[in-house]
Design a protein around this ligand. Structure first.
Ligand code: DOR
Ligand code: ZN
Ligand code: ZN
Length: 360
């Protein structure tokens, strides 16, 4: 028997085009999305070149339009001098992404005075997201409070961070957050078996206690997001291993496995991959779009069977329970029984369909 889930969105993926299509491109990345039961991806701007202007956004969206197999939107990246230009293009972007801590790419904003113009100019009704860890997160939350505006915190990974977000929410601040499967299912104890290079990720794998804190505070986690960040094995096992794990294909099976084990409910997954992302990111309805899963099917995760171009997964060999069987995108068969049916170019830019009537 199959269980039908509503349209699922991964609000945080890196698809590497333009600039690093040997890791992933819009075709392979959205194939991975469909294989993972995801029908919309929101893609990050730390490409090469970065998506930091409306011209770069237009170029990035043209690449997406040509190859994407699922629906999509693309974030703009906040720079030291683009607040007004970015804000003017807000309706065309998934949201604005601020890189406030060091990670992959060159979009980091060091000086807090460079954050301010974005908190002021970016329209309150459109998503503002931050990579902000630890005390940097505290500073970002302060700016959200000073500007009385919503802020979505990416990939929360520690007990300290989740406690701060709980306090901010209890105070009524307009904070939402996401957690990644790798921080729910892995911790620093797994680094030796993964290997140091492969284990590199930002935020880093945290302690067992941090991992447990995420599970204990599930009620304040708004979204699950993969932070799908493909790098090749050659790169991960090389001299300067870049941070990041692929995750689009393993997120839903891992969460369904946790549901089978009673660690969370199916409704918890739907809230964090459908209902809350739809509200926070102002996603338009995807009619006749759904994912059917076999909740009892057990299988072993194997990178060799995956769609991502990067060719590996930190969950190699894991036994999961809950398999994506059928994905329908806007009435069209997109994926069935391990076969990819959606053609490159069949995905749509979800920001072309908002109509602009809710602008603020
Ligand atoms: O591990 C990460 N990889 N964290 C990030 O914030 C960026 C990402 C990437 O683009 O590779
Ligand atoms: Zn990040
Ligand atoms: Zn990321």
């Amino acid at each position: 028997m199959l269980t039908r889930l509503p349209a699922l969105t991964d609000v945080h993926v890196h698809l590497r085009e333009p600039g690093a299509t040997h890791k992933e491109d819009w075709g392979s990345g959205t194939a991975a999305a469909l294989a993972g039961g995801i029908t919309t991806v929101l893609a990050m701007p730390n490409t090469n070149p970065a998506i930091n202007s409306s011209a770069a956004l237009t170029e990035g969206l043209a690449l997406a339009a040509a190859k994407s197999r699922c629906d999509y939107a693309l974030f703009l990246g906040g720079g030291a001098a683009n607040a007004a230009g970015a804000a003017a293009a807000a309706q065309d972007a998934a949201g604005l992404k601020l890189y406030l801590d060091q990670t992959y790419g060159d979009l980091k904003l060091d000086d807090m005075r460079d954050w301010q113009p974005h908190f002021a100019a970016w329209p309150h009704a459109w998503p503002l997201c931050a990579h902000a860890e630890g005390k940097t997160m505290a500073a970002a939350i302060l700016l959200s409070a000073l500007h009385d505006r919503p802020l979505h915190i990416c990939h929360v990974s520690t007990a300290e961070e989740i406690a701060l977000i709980r306090a901010a929410k209890e105070r009524g601040l307009k904070i939402t957050c996401e957690v990644c499967p790798h921080h729910l299912f892995l911790c620093e104890d797994d680094i030796p078996s993964l290997g140091a290079g492969r284990a590199e990720v930002r935020p880093r794998l945290a302690s067992k206690a941090d991992q447990q804190a995420l599970w204990d505070n599930l009620d304040i986690i708004d979204c699950f997001a993969s932070d799908h960040a493909p790098h090749t094995l050659e790169e991960k096992d090389g001299q300067n291993p870049p941070p990041g794990y692929p995750g689009l294909e393993t997120m839903l099976p891992l969460l369904l496995t946790a549901a089978a084990e009673g660690r969370l409910m199916l409704d918890d997954i739907i809230a964090r991959l459908h209902t809350n992302p739809t509200r926070i990111f102002r996603l338009p309805p995807q009619s006749e779009t759904y994912t059917e899963v076999d909740l009892n099917a057990k299988y072993e995760i194997r990178a060799a069977e995956g769609q991502t171009r990067c060719g590996w997964t930190p969950f190699e060999g894991w036994q999961v329970r809950g398999r994506v069987i059928n994905v329908v995108l806007r009435g069209q068969p997109a994926y069935r029984d391990g076969r990819l049916l959606a053609a490159p170019g069949s995905g749509r830019n979800i920001r072309n369909h908002t109509g602009g009537q809710n602008d603020a």
